[in-house]
Design a protein around this ligand. Sequence first.
Ligand SMILES: Nc1ncnc2c1ncn2[C@@H]1O[C@H](COP(=O)(O)OP(=O)(O)OP(=O)(O)O)[C@@H](O)[C@H]1O
Length: 259
Amino acid sequence: MELILEVDSLSYSYGKENVFENVSFSLRSGEVMCILGPNGSGKSTLIKCIAGIFKPATGSVHIMGENTASLGAGKIARRIGYVPQQNEVVFPFTVLDFVVMGRTPHISIFASPGAKDMKIARESLEMVGIGDLAERTLGSLSGGQRQMVLIARALAQEPTLLLLDEPTAHLDFGNQVLVLEAVQKLASSGISIVMNTHMPDHAFLVGSRAAALCNRRLLAVDEVAAVVNSEIMSSVYGVNVAVREIEDIKRKVCVAMLK
Ligand SMILES: Nc1ncnc2c1ncn2[C@@H]1O[C@H](COP(=O)(O)OP(=O)(O)OP(=O)(O)O)[C@@H](O)[C@H]1O
């Protein structure tokens, strides 16, 4: 599998203190890296550094062998799709018009989206299972549908790497599962994915690997089972966590042990 992303010795600071330092990991095509960590540990900041939105204080991010620091915004946008945490600001666009905006990095500055761009936008909606919403307005959608639209817009960029910042936040159980199924499907189509999540179980469900960001550093980056275990999860979240295997489906789950 081709090496897609190399994050090397990254640190970032908003002021005097580093939010995180010495963060390193790599990702191959079709792999999903789940980034775990408590509130405020720097997961969103890390994703923004990878997306080229923030300039790290030290270290480098290479995408397909090229340093993002020397790639222009357009080239980064043709390789990396970024889905920020969902906010409630909704523009009066149709879903299709909004998703076709993801084609911007592929369209010359004086041109309008062409037939090919519209086709890719529609295919992106189909990929996340919401082709039937194309003509709806964004304001008429549920939170789960809106999250899928945001992912579809990033897919319209035809990215090699997709960055998802807590894509299941605020979604009900069923919509969380739909998002995870979309993540799984996109990864099996060859897209590499870095996904921030508050749910360690997501790593068991869709992760190729996991990383735990805590106390300004990556505590662990490894296969999921080596990161999502009782010792590391209890230490990261400061509560008692057990990991159990469900025999009949051969899958591990995280269980909070209340005092
Ligand atoms: N624009 C900003 N200016 C100053 N400090 C910031 C800014 N954005 C975030 N921070 C601080 O940086 C730290 C990391 O924030 P970040 O949002 O990256 O964490 P997170 O792990 O994504 O949090 P959460 O899980 O709550 O979304 C926090 O202490 C936060 O208060």
